[in-house]
Design a binder for this molecule. Structure first.
Ligand SMILES: [Zn+2]
Length: 591
């Protein structure tokens, strides 16, 4: 018998506690305390209330919960003393059906893990799609996490417990995130295409106009047709465009989308999530034969990551007339010019200026994207409203001191270039942290021609500084550059600094950000706002029309540009629901 939220909200306290029994392993107190938050407006609301109870319960209670869990394929499984829920999960993951070698391997991992952390390894074995990891994936996750820091691993165990509970809750309430699964499956299928050299190793790499890239475009085209878009075409730079017409000809369009190229050995969701979420919404509209007072234009941008050519945001740039003709002569690592690659792909280079959009025909631009950071994961909130895409600047710098004998030069007589950079790095770390939401990084730091027995005479390094507003970024840059000058004077070394990139911040348009906020709140998800540290296609559209973004929580502490990048079909479902809510808001506003 499946439950409804209404039953849970109207039941007596004891009855309600009974309904939620078995969610947290041998720990009914979590669900019981969360009942204080009734009435729940959604399952997302209930889930978050339970997360909050555990977050505030203190470390001993958290450890008690973790230790209430059985080991994976451990003694309790063998002696058949698992709870019904755990038996179901471990059976589905194939853990009751291990070969003797697999069984021995898992026992060894259990023992090593317990010895290091003094609690059992916790993994939501039904995984992000709910269908279950295979045994190899489980063993891989086990081996990887064995190397984690104890504090991080404690948090990771708690997050996995919440995911286990989420799936148990779905089962109790008979809920399937059907559209989330759909979005998940599209991404899984798209990830089958990968560039040569990476595909063989099971890695995902899709760079501009390779065979894999063109296969992706074809697959997205077919998916869009299946969804019921009225027009689907590939434009002159390789963007795949799907248009769902408005109720009346001449209506404006909402533009949305993200990129389908990837970094090398990247994740399956970066960019692609922002293509498939609105596609799921259009598919539903089409099924219901529903037209809105405005059209929907979903653009799968061909290029954002700048991997094959040094031309980032090529796809979205072309739509705002920011395609630079000199890019066509850029060569890839094999000496193939962009022009030749485009001709080979059957794209008409001469038509590029024609794809520039007239902003007057659009309501605005929205983009959903996986967060690519740890923030939403840490606060146990599935969706985050983006306040601004950070402005950034980059410099390539050099400090020149004096190379001298490492044995004979006394410490007070050195002009050590590397120590000067080290001092700057520590200053930057503190200065950026002081803002709360600025970031500053020295990602490259080299001592050219350095030797083990020579005081560094030169040190080349990079600076990357970002903040949600240009003013905040400029203040950060001014302080860091002043400190650089100050350090160099005090240490009697000199420096050069070359500005290589400067991008303005793209604050969300207030009325569009407010639409996302209303959508998130309507789902019962706590409102959480954050700036985007990474650049996105929305930055380009920002130059010509209002824009606002929505982030989706990433698993594995939000890791991205990495094959471990992941999110759940439950979170994707919430994202589809939020997008649908924004479409409904716009319909009401325009009718
Ligand atoms: Zn991206």
């Amino acid at each position: 018998m499946t439950l409804t939220l209404e039953q849970l909200n109207s039941a007596s306290r004891d009855e309600a506690a009974q309904m939620l029994d078995g969610l947290y392993e041998h720990s009914p107190w979590i669900a019981e305390q969360a009942l204080n938050e009734r009435p729940f407006t959604s399952l997302a609301h209930l889930k978050h209330a339970m997360c909050e109870v555990l977050a505030h319960a203190g470390r001993d209670a958290q450890l008690g919960l973790i230790r209430a869990h059985p080991e994976l394929a451990g003694k309790a499984m063998v002696s058949k003393t698992l709870t019904a829920e755990s038996t179901n999960e471990q059976t589905k993951a194939g853990l009751t059906d291990c070969t003797p070698e697999e069984f021995a391997k898992i026992q060894k991992l259990n023992a090593d893990y317990n010895a290091k952390f003094s609690w059992p390894f916790i993994l939501a074995v039904r995984g992000p799609r709910g269908v279950g990891y295979n045994k190899q994936q489980i063993i891989d996750a086990f081996e990887r996490r064995l190397h984690g820091h104890p504090e991080f691993e404690l948090a990771e165990c708690l997050r996995n417990i919440h995911r286990i509970v989420e799936i148990r809750l779905n089962d109790k309430f008979g809920v399937e995130p059907t559209l989330g699964h759909q979005v998940w499956d599209w991404q899984e299928k798209l990830a089958q295409h990968s560039d040569p050299g990476y595909a063989e190793q099971g890695q995902l790499t899709v760079t501009y106009l390779t065979d894999a890239h063109r296969a992706c475009a074809q697959r997205i085209t077919q998916n869009m047709r299946d969804c019921g878009f009225d027009e689907v075409y590939t434009d002159a730079v390789g963007n795949v465009v799907g248009r769902y017409h408005p109720a009346n000809a001449g209506g404006k369009y909402l533009m949305t989308g993200s990129h389908y190229d990837t970094v090398r050995n990247g994740g399956k969701y970066d960019g692609r999530l922002g293509i498939f979420v609105p596609m799921a919404c259009v598919s539903e509209l089409h099924k219901q034969a529903k037209r809105l007072p405005f059209g929907i234009e979903v653009v799968a941008f061909a290029e954002e990551e700048g991997q094959r050519y040094k031309a980032t945001f090529l796809g979205s740039g072309a739509l705002i007339g920011d395609f630079k003709p000199e890019w066509l002569d850029q060569q890839d690592a094999d000496g193939i010019t962009m022009r030749a690659a485009m001709q080979h792909a059957g794209l008409c280079v001469d038509d590029i200026p024609k794809i520039q959009r007239d902003p007057a025909q659009y309501l605005g631009f929205v983009e959903v994207h996986i967060e690519q950071g740890p923030v939403l994961n840490e606060v146990n909130i599935p969706l985050g409203v983006v306040t601004s895409i950070n402005g950034s600047v980059r410099y390539l710098c050099e400090i020149i001191g004096t190379a001298s004998h490492a044995g004979t030069t006394p410490m007070d007589r050195r002009r050590d270039a590397a120590c000067a950079v080290a001092e700057l790095a520590l200053y930057m770390e503190q200065r950026a942290a002081k803002d709360g939401d600025s970031v500053a990084t020295i990602g490259q730091l080299n001592v050219p021609g350095g030797s083990i027995n020579v005081v560094p005479g030169r040190c080349t390094f990079s600076l990357d500084m970002r903040a949600p507003t240009d003013a905040q970024r400029d203040a950060l840059v001014a302080d860091v550059m002043a400190q650089l000058t100050h350090i160099c004077e005090r240490r009697s070394v000199r420096h050069t600094a070359e500005l290589t990139m400067s991008a303005a911040a793209a604050p969300s348009a207030p009325e569009w950000q407010a639409r996302w906020e209303r959508a998130v709140s309507a789902l019962g998800v706590p409102l959480f706002k954050l700036p985007s540290g990474a650049g996105h296609d929305a930055m380009k559209l920002h130059e010509v029309m209002p824009q606002a973004m929505l982030f989706v929580r990433g698993e594995n502490a939000g890791i991205s540009h990495n094959p471990l990048e992941s999110t759940t079909s439950d979170d994707m479902q919430l994202c589809v629901d939020a997008f649908t809510h924004v479409l409904n808001q716009l319909s009401q506003e325009l009718s």
